[in-house]
Design a protein around this ligand. Structure first.
Ligand SMILES: NC(=O)C1=CN([C@@H]2O[C@H](COP(=O)(O)OP(=O)(O)OC[C@H]3O[C@@H](n4cnc5c(N)ncnc54)[C@H](OP(=O)(O)O)[C@@H]3O)[C@@H](O)[C@H]2O)[C@@H](O)CC1
Ligand SMILES: [K+]
Length: 526
């Protein structure tokens, strides 16, 4: 599913009227109707008809931009359907947008009840409150006057129990970054237009959107953003498209030959988890290369399907015999590891997956230019200081912070944009393991994961993900498809477990459910 940023939405606003000869007013009409449909889907508004209304109404709190104007359109439609509505204006209508002015005029001509916020104090009869104070047009942080209104809504809903619906995005949410301004209200529902807004999928924004409903705009806007960077969700629909039926004649020789380099005296389990996950994900042959000192322990503990060998000074032969090499799980942070990673980087020409300590060993590999971010110059945002061959990199936020030499907090605030800049500049597939995880591709496309659960926050989960992604590559999937499918399968497997056990399930349990997820995805094709 496509995701839109605030900038995409503004671009659509700007381009549609000229490209399709469809005035913005028509998009707004569709947006308002979509909102009304969603309200009907959740409430029996017929109960509010003339005979039975007992003074109750749907309350629209409208700012004076187009977000508020959407609310005015919705109010007009509900009036037609006999539903009592009250519109309360917040701000100075004389300074409102052109469309706001014309929608307000229509509402008034139709006899809609329109009041100003300072005169309104009748919350007790509101069945539902629809917030159209500000949407994608938010400038900076919320003004104190708006924060006060949001605070009033919050107090009144506790007292009277109504639901709060946000138009497009909750007031105060940055539709691109998911950052929220002080005073942003956690809504019960959000009706967002055209496509899911990126900020509603990223934290803390995800906590304030409530149930999100996408209302269509009635124009194929997808054509209009062809040349812009694209963002999609990782979900069941996408994973079903990517998974391929395995031929009846497939044998271990065609399902790939995978090498995982990992382990150290203190971290014996990490390569085992990665290796076992690879087997459960369908890799034809899986070999672990671990330090000689722990080879015996690993052999004794791992499932017999995985072959175990030892790391040597020259890994080139071992690497060349494989069609994918994953390096990092549990390797440790010694100088020998740095040398090992460097030699794999320079000598191995197979598809590579870099994880955990292999990423640590790389040190800083690029420089972020924060001034470019402020000035909106995306091309200058990130520059490479150390080249990496085409590969999959799977850092968590701490590892990513080291790679780009920026604090984790900064990365969280600039999550998608910095991941995109990194993947493009290094020409790698980046799997950034945050909440939510995302996959960024060399062409700038970003996929944001929409599934998974907090039970996944336990040591060893990342090792399992490395095993899954590597196994998909070994079976012939492209690096990017393997990364996206890997993230999906990993999270879905954990979601199956969390149905019975919200947390406390293990990474090994996740591995054991991979086959079930693949079965779900293949469905009838099995
Ligand atoms: N293509 C699409 O997706 C479509 C989008 N559509 C809709 O348009 C919406 C975007 O409309 P938009 O651009 O007019 O901006 P909008 O969100 O109303 O904000 C401006 C208002 O907010 C106020 N305000 C600003 N900053 C503030 C702050 N910090 N704190 C407090 N207030 C602040 C500002 O006040 P002012 O500064 O002018 O006094 C002004 O009143 C979008 O979200 C969607 O609902 C649909 O109609 C159809 C197609
Ligand atoms: K809003």
């Amino acid at each position: 599913m496509h995701i839109l940023t605030r900038e995409d939405a503004q671009y659509i606003d700007h381009i549609v009227p000229t490209a399709f000869d469809i005035p913005l007013e028509l998009l707004m009409e569709n947006a308002g109707r979509g909102l009304v449909d969603a309200l009907w889907g959740n409430y029996n508004l017929l109960q509010l008809d003339e005979n039975n209304m007992q003074g109750r109404f749907v309350l629209f709190l409208c700012g004076c931009g187009n977000n508020g104007a959407d609310g005015l359109v919705a109010a007009r439609h509900l009036m037609e359907q006999g539903v009592p509505v009250r519109v309360v204006l917040c701000g100075n209508p004389d300074k409102g947008s052109t469309l706001f002015q014309s929608q307000l005029k229509r509402c008034k001509v139709m006899g809609c009840s329109v009041e100003v916020y300072d005169d309104f104090n009748d919350w007790s009869q509101a069945v539902v409150v629809v917030e159209g104070l500000v949407g994608t047009g938010l400038e900076g942080v919320l003004r104190s006057s708006t924060i006060e209104i949001l605070h009033d809504i919050d107090i009144m809903r506790t007292q009277y129990g109504f639901d709060v619906w946000a138009i497009d995005v909750p007031a105060g949410l940055d539709a691109t970054t998911g950052q929220i301004s002080e005073g942003t209200l956690a809504c019960d529902y959000t009706v967002t237009f055209g496509a899911m807004k990126q900020g509603l999928l990223l934290y803390p924004g995800k906590n304030v959107g409530g149930v999100c409903i996408v209302a269509p705009l009635g124009v194929p806007w997808q054509q209009m953003i062809e040349d812009r960077y694209k963002t999609f969700t990782i979900d069941n629909e996408l994973a079903e498209l990517l998974i391929e039926y395995r031929s009846d004649t497939a044998h271990k020789g065609v399902n790939g030959n995978l090498l995982i380099i990992g382990g150290s005296q203190d971290m014996v389990g990490a390569p085992i988890l990665a290796g076992e996950a690879a087997v459960h994900s369908g890799a034809g042959k899986t070999t672990l290369a671990v330090p000689e000192k722990i080879q015996k322990i690993v052999q004794d503990r791992i499932i017999p399907e995985v072959m175990v060998t030892s790391i040597t000074d020259d890994m080139s032969d071992l690497c060349h015999q494989r069609n994918v090499v994953a390096i990092g799980p549990g390797l440790g942070r010694t100088d020998e590891v740095k040398t090992l990673v460097q030699s794999v980087l320079t000598t191995c020409d197979n598809p590579l997956v870099f994880d955990a300590d292999a990423l640590y060993a790389m040190g800083h590999i690029g420089i972020v230019n924060t001034d470019a971010l402020m000035s909106g110059d995306f091309n200058e945002l990130y520059s490479v200081s150390k080249s990496i061959p085409l590969c999959v990199m799977t850092p968590h936020l701490g590892e990513f912070s080291r790679l780009i030499d920026m604090p984790v907090k900064w990365i969280e605030h600039n999550y998608v944009i910095v991941a995109r800049a990194f993947a493009m500049a290094h020409n790698v597939v980046l799997v950034l393991k945050g909440i939510p995880s995302l996959v960024a591709l060399p062409d700038g496309t970003v996929y944001i994961n929409t599934i998974g659960n907090s039970g996944m926050g336990t040591g060893g989960m990342g090792d399992v993900l490395t095993g899954i992604i590597s196994a998909f590559i070994s079976q012939g999937y492209s690096l990017q498809d393997s990364a996206v499918l890997g993230v999906y399968v990993h999270s879905r497997s954990a979601d199956l477990l969390s149905d019975n056990k919200p947390w406390g399930y293990t990474p090994s349990d996740v591995s054991l459910h991979i086959g079930q997820v693949i079965g779900e995805l293949l469905g009838e094709r099995k």
